[in-house]
Ligand binder design. Structure first.
Ligand SMILES: [Zn+2]
Length: 339
């Protein structure tokens, strides 16, 4: 994640880059976000900038080994803590966490619960978690630089956990950085709250919000009906119905809607991909669409989501260019039919 990928917080990006550039980095920063509003992406872009070995014009390079490790969430000096069930530890769920963040860094709290399989349970950050982090921080950085801890939802820390962590926050050892992402700053233990520098992430614009949470689009139902028709037609090897779906795409009332449909299709294809990989729990599939997606995952070839995604991306780009919509979408559906 680079600063360039962050949506709608230029002021914060500038301030964070400035901290790294000047070498004046606070020991703890608390980002206040709306649920799904981009605290984790901003924290990751900041860390990537901090660790990057080839910073350029206020952003990380996105290509060096450090950038690579940060973006894959496998940097040995970056630790993640998030609420889990009971006395469990976040470190046991790193695989799920990485998949979730990779799938949509603008995920919501409920998406995390679903990814961990703890929907309806009370996720907490336990004292064992705090102690584990203190142990990890007592070792020197594997790569000799900053040691960082990202805490998602510090408001889920109980008193004991907060107390255990407090010393690290009060007397941080050198080159230790805490980044906390909260939805409810008022619910964070005051002892923790008062030791952080605070940054409020402005709410996403409507356009940005829908880009990262397409399921909230007012067109979502129409788009998903159309996508379902298309996929079922392809599954059943029904060429006529496939062509009709293409015509319905070309008939969407504006180029903007056609483009949004292609994006929404991308999101749906990711869900099918995740189901095929056995990662349905993080695919954020609405209950009433589960049967459709399970069917699609079982019937479509494994290469379908990846290839179809590339064709939809291409179509989204071409929609903006001056091409004939009918030809564009009949070409698209033809290609999808033969995957
Ligand atoms: Zn880099």
């Amino acid at each position: 994640m680079r600063f360039a990928d962050i949506r709608g917080c230029d002021g914060l990006v500038e301030a964070l880059a400035g901290m790294v550039d000047s070498g004046r980095i606070p020991h703890a920063i608390m980002f206040h976000e709306d649920d799904g509003g981009g605290g984790i992406p901003l924290a990751l872009a900041f860390l990537q900038y901090l660790y990057c070995q080839d910073r350029r014009s206020g952003d990380s390079c996105g290509a060096c080994p450090e950038c690579n490790k940060v973006s894959k969430l496998i940097h040995p000096d970056i630790h993640f803590i998030f609420p889990v069930a009971g006395k469990d530890l976040s470190s046991r769920y790193m695989e799920e966490w990485r998949e979730l963040v990779k799938e949509n860094p603008w995920f919501r709290e409920s998406d995390l619960d679903a990814a961990l399989g703890i929907e309806g349970k009370q996720g907490i950050i336990s004292v064992a978690e705090s102690r584990g982090i203190i142990d990890a921080l007592s070792l020197s950085a594997v790569q000799g630089g900053w040691r960082s801890v990202v805490i998602y939802l510090p408001e889920k820390m109980n008193q004991q956990a907060a107390n255990a962590l407090l010393k690290s926050l009060e007397e941080p050892s050198e080159s230790t950085l805490f980044l906390l992402v909260t939805h409810s700053p008022e619910a964070v233990m005051t002892t923790i709250f008062s030791r952080c520098l605070h940054m409020r992430i402005p709410p996403l614009s409507e356009e940005d919000f829908l880009a990262v949470h397409p399921e909230n689009s007012p067109d979502y139902n129409a788009f998903s009906d159309l996508f379902h028709d298309l996929v079922v037609a392809i599954e059943e090897r029904d060429l006529t119905a496939t062509i009709e779906a293409g015509e319905a795409m070309a008939a969407l009332p504006s180029r903007e809607k056609q483009k949004n449909f292609c994006r929404a299709a991308g999101e749906s294809l990711r869900r099918i991909f995740l189901l095929q990989q056995g990662l349905g729990s993080i695919a954020r599939i609405p209950e009433d669409e589960m049967d459709f997606y399970k069917d699609a995952a079982a019937k479509l070839p494994k290469k379908f989501p990846r290839m179809a995604l590339a064709w939809f991306d291409r179509a989204a780009k071409l929609v903006g260019a001056n091409v004939n919509q009918k030809i564009l979408f009949s070409d698209l559906t033809g290609r999808l039919f033969t995957i």
